[in-house]
Ligand binder design. Structure first.
Ligand SMILES: [Zn+2]
Length: 467
């Protein structure tokens, strides 16, 4: 298998990946700020990095994958006020929704998933280092700032110049306490009614950027292989993570990877648009495996323009592949194995070129179906195995027990469709006055424990209580 080449946002070039520690890869990906339900833009990032992780594992690496949860932040506090919940109950509610969405799309759980509020000690340690070495200062009101002009380099990831920037916006920072308007808050002084934690510089709560530097250091050490996140995080979040960690003397991330957005009418999904694109909503339209296939189908650095018709077409294309695999299993009398073809490996090693990999899968599908027509079991087996191997890396293997066992929600939905089908047959039987048939359908459902009630809105079904 050839070398893995990956794009690095910092150098703006594709280069051969070689890990710091032989045989091991350490990855930190910025996770969700848990203040709202996940939409497909959020989940695309998780799918993209899950594909990277699976490919690294397949390539023989032991992967440590850290994805944090930002569970304290301005937006969480504001939203909690509106929803009349405590901030921590609100954060937990949406953290669970994210976990459910990740699971529905077969995104592997991270090796560890640290929460910001669980790492205040590490954040204080980091601030102490930065204050001691003169790169940060505490003006005395409880805030702590990073003094960006003391840094040897700043803004190298986004390629900007300090003087071209607007002042750093900390939302509620008191600009007058800053030595320079571009300094950013590591720590925000406590405000009445808001949660706070004690520090040597006064009580307060963490700034968003500080969390990630502290947690990456806690789990992956001073230097690690890959830092990931969405394109929108490059500035200010990732620049500020770099500033803090480098100022502390850490090597920090050796490579930066950023996934592009899901766009809608050419725009990054806004919150209002996002409502119709909530993962939960879309999963009423397509299955988790189909949504994953759709979100993973574009190159991770390309925008994915969402439309319902594109999603539907993608799902139909996936079902064709899936039905070929199931057909192959029937014809061959055994389940196709997972085989990584040379073409697939070459595509993935080329900066995770999923579109090229998909072209290979289409060709496999064509040849496999030809094999079914020709009764050529060798061709069926070869192509089915190669498709299955590729799908496993893309997280869309229909034989994966994650999907095939079916969640109880999937089963309930499927049952609902089946009962509706039976009821439609019953209605048709009544229409043609075939009461024997209509009674037989009702009795058959009854024998399965399903009762039918005729209401003004049409028949309604329910499961009988077990006696
Ligand atoms: Zn981060």
């Amino acid at each position: 298998m050839g070398a893995l080449n990956l794009y690095d946002t910092a150098t703006r070039t594709v280069s051969t990946f070689s890990p710091i520690k032989s045989g091991e890869v350490s990855i930190y990906v910025c996770g969700a700020t848990v203040q709202a339900s996940p939409h497909i833009g959020h989940i695309r990032s998780a799918v993209n990095f899950d594909i990277l992780r699976r490919w690294l594992m397949n390539s023989g690496y032991k992967v440590s994958f850290i994805r944090n949860v930002t569970d304290i932040e301005d937006k969480i506090l504001h939203k909690a006020g509106h929803e009349d919940m405590t901030w921590w109950a609100l954060a937990m509610k949406y953290e669970r929704e994210f976990s459910t969405a990740f699971d529905a799309l077969n995104v592997m759980p991270p090796t560890y998933e640290p929460r910001a509020t669980g790492h205040i000690t590490q954040m204080i340690e980091l601030m102490q280092i930065l204050i001691d070495n003169g790169s940060a200062y505490a003006p005395g009101n409880g805030d702590v700032y990073l003094e960006v002009r003391t840094l040897a380099s700043y803004l190298t990831l986004s390629g900007q110049r300090i003087d071209d920037l607007l002042s750093a916006s900390d939302g509620d920072g008191i600009a007058s306490m800053k030595r320079d308007p571009h300094d950013f808050a590591l720590w925000k002084a406590a405000k009445p009614g808001e949660p706070s934690w004690p520090t040597p510089w006064g009580a307060g709560r963490p700034g968003w950027h500080l969390e990630c530097s502290a947690m990456a250091h806690a789990y992956l050490g001073e230097s690690f292989d890959i830092h990931g996140g969405g394109l929108d995080l490059i500035f200010p979040h990732h620049e500020n993570e770099i500033a803090q960690s480098k100022a502390a003397g850490y090597g920090f991330a050796a490579r930066w990877m950023h996934n592009a957005w899901v766009t809608h009418s050419g725009e990054k999904m806004s919150k209002s648009l996002g409502n119709s694109l909530l993962v939960e909503k879309i999963l009423q339209r397509v299955r988790g495996i189909e949504l994953r296939w759709y979100l993973g189908s574009a190159h991770y650095r390309s925008m994915l323009e969402y439309s319902q018709s594109a999603l539907d077409e993608s799902a139909i294309a996936f079902r064709r592949i899936e039905s070929f695999l199931k057909r192959a299993e029937e014809v061959l009398g055994e389940r196709p194995e997972c085989v990584i073809s040379e073409d697939f490996a070459a595509a993935m090693n080329d900066d995770l070129a999923v579109p090229a990999a998909l072209a290979g899968i289409s060709e496999n599908l064509r040849l496999g179906n030809q094999g079914i027509t020709d009764k050529n079991n060798k061709a069926i087996s070869k192509n089915a195995s190669e498709i299955r191997g590729a799908l496993a890396i893309l997280g869309c293997d229909p034989f994966d027990t994650h999907f095939s066992s079916g969640s109880s929600k999937d089963l309930t939905q499927a049952l609902d469709q089946v009962v509706k089908l039976a009821l439609a047959q019953r209605a048709a039987a009544r229409e043609r006055k075939d009461f024997a048939a209509s009674d037989a359908i009702r009795d058959g459902l009854l024998a399965l424990g399903i009762t039918i009630e005729d209401t003004a809105q049409g028949p309604r079904w329910s499961m009988m209580e077990k006696g």
